[in-house]
Structure formats: structure tokens, C-alpha cells
Design a protein around this ligand. Structure first.
Ligand code: Q9C
Ligand code: ZN
Length: 365
């Protein structure tokens, strides 16, 4: 019998250092929902259940190379210096938020290159919900390093699992699973724009890093194959964009028909070039219940994930599908999540769960 302890990778640094105060929600100023309190609530629950969770704050430094494989250098330079420039030009200390975004209907788009921090705030961000505070870049960077630390451990546990399968001491029913409790989240971050509370795409960086490992190969000599399951309420437009022309990973997402981020997530978005057929969007009704959600997830797994024949699963784990989520929500209840977890476990592959959204702080634990 293998241990049922789940290892959790987190860090106080990324939880606490990114501190926007406000966002605009349906036209009104409100509190910033993507808060340190979310992760503190989750951590409190995990730490009070040591029989089920082993929380570690170990973090290895993987440097900037894995990040540069996903994000453009000018965007990274911008994120690192945005707050400083903003303050120098008289921006409000609450943080960087665009006041003009280069809308695609503006004919001059691309012909003006403004040096103003206020212009850059819109050039590199597509909405009003990715506020850059003093240490946002440090937090996002640390979140990536924690995610990569866990991903490295996933390789180790995956190899161990393979050996145990051969020995007969493990079954396909009990694959290793690791949980990464970091913020800011990542799945709305594109290669060169932030938005939707996201700055660096943790899941995309971990995925690309796994694919890039020179010593990690499939039997046929090719790189390991990753399937991303994006079960955050919202469509992961950033992850989709980053891998849109790639045949590895397979990106899959369940999300509502017509909700934030509004301009992506249609079934017709199937990928391009080599990536054609490797981007699967499944829009669902706003009223989706536990049963309907699990059914859609199981169909997605059977029809798309299993045929792809992946080596690892990476889950963009948003729990803003919860019925009482303040900014989102299908009708998923607390009882629904273990059923969703079991559907993913049954795939039988090493799985990395990375925290994305989920804003009902009272119930997050
Ligand atoms: N009226 C994540 O869950 N604001 N990001 C939406 C809708 C932004 C969600 C406003 C929501 C971003 C990671
Ligand atoms: Zn979300």
C-alpha cells in the first residue's frame, strides 16, 4: 500500500507579496478578490490535516530560462520595472492599472510606441484585474519557482510509480499527485500580456519545462507528452495562446459559454498549424451541476485526453466553479470536488495540480 499523503508545495513569499487593494467589478470599485486570504484559508485546512497533506516550502531556483521559453523578454522586463516607472510618473501607489488599452479597432495600433508608463500599462495588460504592486513580479517569479520545484518532484514520483507498477506494488488506480498552492495564478497570462489576476503562466512554464527536459523521453525517443486539464471556471486564454500552434501539450478546458474572458474559449478554437486538433474547448451552461460537470469531464478525458496518450497531467485547478463563488460559479458543491478529483485520478498518470482561481474564502479550505 503506497502512502496516501499528498505533498503540497507552497511559499509564504508568493502568498503574501502581491497585494492589490481594488479591482473594478461590473462597473464598481470593489475589493481585490485574488487575495492572500484565499491561500491562507487553504493552507490552514491543509496544515490541520497532517494525516492527508505534507506541506513543504522548499523551493529550488530554476532561474529565468524556463520562464523565457514561454514569455517574451520585453514583457518580463516590463513586469519587473512597471511599478517603479508608474510611481516615478506619478501613478497611484495602489498599483499599475491601465487607463487605455490599444483596442483592435484603433487604426493606429502598432504605429505609436509610447514610452509612458501609463501607455505601457495598457500595452501589456488586457483588462483591469491584473494590478501590479511593488512586489508583484517577485511574487509571480517565486510562484513559478515553487511550481517548477513541484514539477521536478513529479518526475521523481512518476519514475518511482513506473517502477512500482512493474514490481506490482502500485496500480494504475493510485498515481502520484502533487498540489501547488501559489499565487498569483497564471492561466490568463499570455506570452506577452497579463490580465485576469495573472502575470506569469505557472502551468505553461511547468509544461514547457517538462517537454524540454533532455533526459526525459518517451519510448519512441520523443519528448514526454503533457495533457493540461483547465478546470478553473474561466477559460484559460493565456495557456491556449501559448500552446496554440503546438501539438504537445494537449490543452483542454471546461468553462461557461459566455463569461469572462469573453473573447476566447469557443469550440471552434482548435489550434493552428501543428497545433490543429490539440486545443479542446468545451463550453458548458451557466447552471452546470456536479453530475453534469463530472459527465463533461469524463467525456473530455475519454474522447480527448486518453487518445492523446500523455505521460503527465497538469491541472489548472480553479475552484471558482463553486456554487457560492463571489465572481463566478457553476453549481458545484463541496461534495463535487472529490468526485472531480477521482475522475482525474482514474486517468492513472502522475498529476500536478496548480492553484488558479477560487474566491469563496469562507469555503476554500
Ligand atoms: N464580471 C482567475 O480566476 N474579473 N481569474 C471578472 C467579471 C476578472 C479571474 C469580472 C476575473 C479573473 C484566475
Ligand atoms: Zn477563474
Amino acid at each position: 500500500m503506497t502512502s496516501t499523503l499528498m505533498k503540497v508545495f507552497t511559499s509564504r513569499l508568493c502568498i503574501t507579496m502581491h497585494t492589490p487593494e481594488n479591482e473594478f467589478f461590473s462597473g464598481a470599485k470593489g475589493q481585490y478578490h485574488e487575495s492572500p486570504q484565499r491561500h491562507e484559508a487553504i493552507l490552514k485546512y491543509l496544515e490541520s490535516h497532517p494525516e492527508s497533506f505534507e506541506v513543504t516550502e522548499q523551493v529550488e531556483d530554476f532561474g529565468h530560462e524556463p520562464i523565457k521559453r514561454v514569455h517574451k523578454q520585453d514583457f518580463l522586463d516590463y513586469l519587473e520595472t512597471a511599478y517603479e516607472g508608474w510611481i516615478q510618473e506619478g501613478g497611484h501607489p495602489n498599483g499599475v492599472m491601465p487607463s487605455a488599452i490599444p483596442h483592435y479597432k484603433i487604426a493606429r495600433l502598432g504605429k505609436i510606441k509610447s514610452k509612458s508608463s501609463f501607455a505601457k500599462a495598457g500595452e501589456y495588460c488586457y483588462d483591469l484585474s491584473a494590478v501590479i504592486t511593488k512586489d508583484t513580479f517577485k511574487a509571480a517569479w517565486n510562484a513559478v519557482q515553487v511550481t517548477l520545484t513541484a514539477t521536478k518532484d513529479l518526475i521523481r514520483l512518476g519514475n518511482e510509480y513506473e517502477k512500482n507498477l512493474v514490481k506490482g506494488t502500485a496500480t494504475r488506480e493510485n498515481p502520484p499527485g502533487l498540489y501547488v498552492l501559489v499565487r498569483p495564478p497564471g492561466h490568463h497570462a499570455h506570452s506577452d500580456i497579463c490580465g485576469g489576476y495573472c502575470f506569469l503562466n505557472n502551468v505553461a512554464i511547468a509544461t514547457q519545462w517538462l517537454i524540454d527536459q533532455p533526459t526525459l523521453k518517451r519510448k519512441d525517443g520523443g519528448p514526454k507528452k503533457i495533457a493540461i486539464l483547465d478546470i478553473d471556471f474561466h477559460h484559460g486564454n493565456g495557456t491556449q495562446e501559448i500552446f496554440y500552434t503546438a501539438s504537445n501539450p494537449l490543452y483542454t478546458s471546461l468553462h461557461p459559454h459566455d463569461d469572462y474572458p469573453y473573447f476566447s474559449g469557443a469550440t471552434e478554437e482548435k489550434g493552428e498549424g501543428e497545433g490543429l486538433g490539440f486545443n479542446i474547448n468545451i463550453p458548458l451552461p451557466d447552471t452546470t451541476t456536479n453530475e453534469e460537470y463530472v459527465k463533461a469531464l469524463e467525456t473530455l478525458i475519454q474522447e480527448h485526453v486518453i487518445p492523446f496518450d500523455p505521460d503527465y497531467i497538469i491541472v489548472s485547478l480553479g475552484v471558482d466553479t463553486f456554487k457560492d463563488d463571489p465572481i463566478a460559479g457553476f453549481l458545484i458543491t463541496t461534495e463535487g470536488y472529490p468526485i472531480i478529483g477521482n475522475a482525474i485520478r482514474k486517468i492513472g498518470l502522475p498529476t500536478l495540480f496548480v492553484q488558479e482561481g477560487g474566491y469563496c474564502v469562507e469555503k476554500l479550505g
